[in-house]
Design a protein around this ligand. Structure first.
Ligand SMILES: Cc1cc2nc3c(=O)[nH]c(=O)nc-3n(C[C@H](O)[C@H](O)[C@H](O)COP(=O)(O)OP(=O)(O)OC[C@H]3O[C@@H](n4cnc5c(N)ncnc54)[C@H](O)[C@@H]3O)c2cc1C
Length: 306
């Protein structure tokens, strides 16, 4: 879409709301994988109030709207995207305690929330030690590990729909699945979440977190990545299949299948999205041939429809 009126409109929205904006913003800067091209427009709301206002204003406009929070589960194509992207990498947020619950803005870094729960002596989030990103991304992805998932402790989620209407939702059966949620299905924006936790000895929580941190250090790469590329197949971790197929260490350009974890692709320095995506295709094809099952992506690939 090249209509200059769209650009004027984006500038006006940003000016009216007092939200910093940038044209042709390189999204590689805002993702943990560190690849990919620009967004036509990037908006940087500093807080939840302006996040909602930006969402409402952009939703009425002609460009597709996307939200990029911690950027730890997204791979952006080299061509970039013709969209208005709400980037939350600079946004602030608050966490408050109410009884045994923590109420936090979606913009809060998820690791900070996990730490805060431990400091408060509230158990239930230690499973998430080491998961990067922001709370809103974690809700949408139902972030989790073998030891638990966010849905286990979510008491309430405050969301805005595509028309900007805000509602509080108490999750029920069917709202969350393995790395998926009603938030994704319904195209909602997460504003806040309330987590129901259980009082416990802070030292015990910290010990569990330390154990999980050590396990992660021993099994996952430290370099730039987007975490696990594929959802695991029923009863079969994709990383183990990749290992069995001898694919660990396979390299295309500056992207490589991690030597530590077969379901991670790492950016060795100057990878292009095309390199990463070529490896994604290679793994998908080989795993499908080996198992007869098509592995589904856990990461999101952002590119314009062709
Ligand atoms: C080293 C590493 C380890 C990881 N380990 C794990 C793990 O153990 N378990 C796990 O589940 N994941 C893991 N991940 C993946 C990732 O960290 C999680 O999926 C995380 O919850 C994504 O959060 P984010 O803020 O980075 O989301 P982003 O990558 O920014 O976005 C992911 C999706 O959420 C949407 N989104 C973000 N914020 C909002 C919002 N406020 N409202 C609505 N939609 C929103 C985005 O539009 C996008 O669709 C790992 C990633 C890395 C890099």
């Amino acid at each position: 879409m090249t209509d200059p009126r769209v650009d004027t409109l984006c500038r006006e929205i940003a000016g009216d709301l007092g939200v910093p904006v940038a044209a042709d913003e390189p999204l590689a800067r805002w993702t943990t994988m560190g690849v990919g091209g620009p967004a036509r427009w990037a908006f940087f709301p500093p807080d939840t109030e302006r996040l909602l206002a930006t969402w409402r204003a952009l939703r009425e406009g002609p460009l597709p709207v996307r939200v990029l929070a911690g950027g730890s589960n997204v791979i952006v194509a080299d061509e970039g995207i013709d969209a208005a992207v709400i980037v939350l990498g600079r946004a602030g947020g608050t966490i408050r305690r109410e009884g045994n619950e923590l109420v936090a803005d979606a913009t809060v870094p998820f690791p900070a929330l996990v730490r805060r729960a431990a400091e408060e002596g509230l158990a239930g989030l230690a499973f998430a030690e080491g998961i990067p990103g922001r709370l809103g991304g974690a809700v949408r992805m139902n972030a989790g590990t073998g030891a638990g998932e966010l849905a286990d402790v979510l008491a309430e989620v405050e969301v805005a729909d595509a028309a900007g209407r805000v509602r509080r939702h108490r999750p029920g059966p069917g709202d969350f699945g393995y790395r998926e949620s009603f938030v994704a299905r319904e195209g909602l924006l997460v504003l806040r979440a309330r987590l129901a936790l259980v009082p416990a000895d802070p030292a015990e929580i910290r010990a569990e977190m330390e154990e999980r941190r050590a396990r992660r250090r021993a099994t996952q790469p430290r370099g730039r990545s987007a975490g696990c590329i594929f959802r695991n197949l029923p009863g079969q971790p994709v990383g183990a299949i990749v290992d069995r197929l001898g694919l660990k260490g396979t390299r295309i350009g500056d992207a490589a299948i991690s030597t530590e974890h077969g379901n991670f692709i790492v950016n060795l320095g100057h990878a292009r999205a095309a390199d990463v995506l070529a490896l994604v295709d290679l793994v998908r094809e080989k795993v499908a041939r080996e198992t007869g099952l098509e592995p589904h992506l856990e990461v999101e690939i952002w590119r314009d429809p062709r």
